[in-house]
Design a protein around this ligand. Structure first.
Ligand SMILES: [Mg+2]
Ligand SMILES: [Zn+2]
Length: 233
């Protein structure tokens, strides 16, 4: 029976935030559109960013080169390669988009190590990037309509059985799936990031919402050592 490792992308596999990198790139040419706090959905905002990027003359090659040059978090490439070599299924589950994630994985020669990328679908048309929501959900009130990672993960696992399940992430939207992981799973929150804080809070409460084992990490070597002990020697 295979095992499953689920990774968030921004600030988990890569050290930076891919949307932020494009917004920065756009800022060099013209001010990006305003993000309105009360809007919960990030996807329509990024759609607007891509439109602005296109009118500002930011081309496919510029955007992709900015994405491709993002650095991985320490040890992330080695971890993903080692898991794949050990027969694990590696799923990237992220609120970024398919174009950015696939490009980064290819650029870093990890595309064959990844079983699936579950994210918002993006595509180029006449030089402009378009983005479509991963899902349209109303079942989970704490997640945006375009992606609840718990729902996505439940769908992925519906017809599959795994010996071990690992989940690594950093953000608020990783908390929802973390609370739904079974007791035999391990959750890896990046230390000092929102997921880590949220997990600490619930673990300190009288009725914690986390059943999985919790292993915080600073570098992906911690995750590697936990999942495949001895592989760093
Ligand atoms: Mg993240
Ligand atoms: Zn949710």
């Amino acid at each position: 029976m295979a095992s499953l490792a689920v990774f968030d992308f921004d600030r988990t596999i890569v050290d930076d935030d891919s949307d932020g990198v494009v917004i920065e790139k756009l800022r060099e040419k013209q001010p990006p559109p305003e993000w309105e706090e009360e809007s919960r959905d990030w996807t329509p905002y990024m759609s607007e960013v891509f439109e602005h990027a296109y009118t500002a003359g930011l081309r496919e090659a510029d955007v992709l080169s900015a994405i491709g040059s993002m650095r991985g978090t320490p040890g992330s490439a080695r971890l993903i390669a080692a898991l794949a070599a050990a027969g694990w299924q590696v799923v990237v589950l992220t609120d970024a988009n398919s174009v950015f994630v696939r490009h980064w994985l290819e650029k870093h020669r990890l595309q064959d190590c990844v079983t699936a990328v579950i994210t918002n679908r993006a595509f180029w048309e006449n030089g402009r990037l378009y983005i479509e929501p991963c899902m349209r959900q109303t079942a989970c009130a704490r997640c945006p309509s375009n992606l609840c990672k718990s729902i996505a993960l439940a769908q992925w696992c519906a017809r599959r059985q795994y010996a071990r399940v690992a989940y690594a992430g950093d953000g608020r939207n990783d908390y929802c799936p973390a609370t739904n992981l079974p007791a035999h799973a391990t959750v890896f929150p990046r230390r000092g990031y929102p997921l880590d804080d949220l997990i600490k809070k619930t673990l300190a409460s009288p009725a914690p919402h986390i059943k999985a084992k919790v292993v915080p990490w600073d570098t992906c070597d911690t995750i590697l050592e936990e999942l495949l002990p001895g592989s760093l020697e």
